[in-house]
Design a binder for this molecule. Sequence first.
Ligand code: TNX
Length: 507
Amino acid sequence: MTPPAVVPAPRTLATGDGNPFVLSPSLRIAGDAEAADVLAALLAIRTRGDVAPRTTDGGSDGGPLIELRVEPGEEREGYRVTADAASVVVTGTDAAGLFYGVQTVGQLVRRNGDAWMVTAVAIEDAPRFAYRGVMLDVARHFFGPDAIRAYIDRAASLKFNALHLHLTDDQGWRLALKSRPELTEHGSGTSVGGDPGGFYTREEYRDIVAYAASRHMIVVPEVDVPGHTHAVGLAYPELAAAPVLTDDVRAAVAQFGGGLPTAGVPYDGFAVGFSSLEIQDERTYDFLADVFGELASLTPGPYLHLGGDEALGTAPDDFAEFMRRASAIVADLGKTPIAWHEAGAAPGLDDATVGQYWGFVTPTDGADEKARRFAQLILSPADAVYLDMKFAADSPLGLTWARGTTTLSRAYAWEPTDVVEGVDEDDILGVEAPLWTETIRTLGEIDGMAFPRIAAAAEIAWSPRAAASGLRTWESFRSRVGALGPLWTSLGIRYTPLPEVEWSAEE
Ligand code: TNX
């Protein structure tokens, strides 16, 4: 029997030499109703309809039984799975933990001849980091609610608990706001390359938040300011400074095409760092109060992301003043601000602001200095977890600016406490894998870029550090990932079968 292949690696896993649990046609699932529905659906998909378990409220009509229970414990999001020939019992310390236990059971299902079974194991598990995020850029290309729900399902199956939506950028504003309807009326029509744009209505956004919650994920909405705001100028020309056309902007236009950014004209190229809100105009802060106020009212999660990256045309003093005021607006709404690490250069930033580090695993250009200014950090080292980087020289999609190609082994080979000197376990809120979408247009393309590398990010965010677990080796990881191929296929995930992994085939 194939050894159990759980990704991200659990804290402890013991295999007995006992027989597996057979998923028979008379299988019943008892206990927590919500988790039972999730597991029943997962088993039906995984077994291609061969197993269609009944959910039951207990009773003893005999036959094989999977039991799902919440047993409150000290650690949040933790769970245990005990599987043997007689039963499978999953307990979670809370509803999220039980959900993660169910995902683990889904990974333990194997085909054996005509039968489906769950490997005999005892697993105890809980996350290393509280924040485990994925980011999707819906501004460079727009992805509708169905694609977002699909990405939520994918991420939740790997025990991610935060979906960061990059809702605004030079190329488009993607959330309709009652207080500022002009933003989507004038700023959402196009995407990179002249592709169609789009936006979420308030209703659709609320539905996405609710769907994420049903998968135990929060939504972290980002409105990126003061840079990355060309689209704001389409709605409110008075709030947008003139584009700053540096040599870098001209070089990006020369490399990737598209025209130079022009005030009042939708921008559909790849260049960054040319736009800024008017820092010295009070109307800008009225705008921020409206936008973040409405975003806070639509978002139950604790965080609002205010960007702060690549404000390359903004003078340092202006940037500092802007970030001070913008972070205070967010904090006064009762939300914790998150900002990209450049905001660490702004001395007056609200103290509670969480930094998001997107420098390299080995910091360059003083990125680490800026990152150290935050009380807590989310780590997104670009040369390890940027899912939009090419995975091989011949990747059809993706970029290469983060030290060339990011192979699966590179995505796996980093340790969060080794990135920024002085930033230790307790200073790290978590890990997030962003997917920027300049080159990506469809859910299939998201899948092909994210999978399998997203699994490496999941393991670094969830699992014990490498020194603390025998499972945290490249050899173990690549063989566990290979074993997930059939599950991913059954879930409709169009992963890239990278040659670094031996993908297990199931007839
Ligand atoms: C850098 S990462 C950006 C984005 C781009 C991305 C492309 C960050 C905070 N800014 O604007 O889309 O590179 O990889």
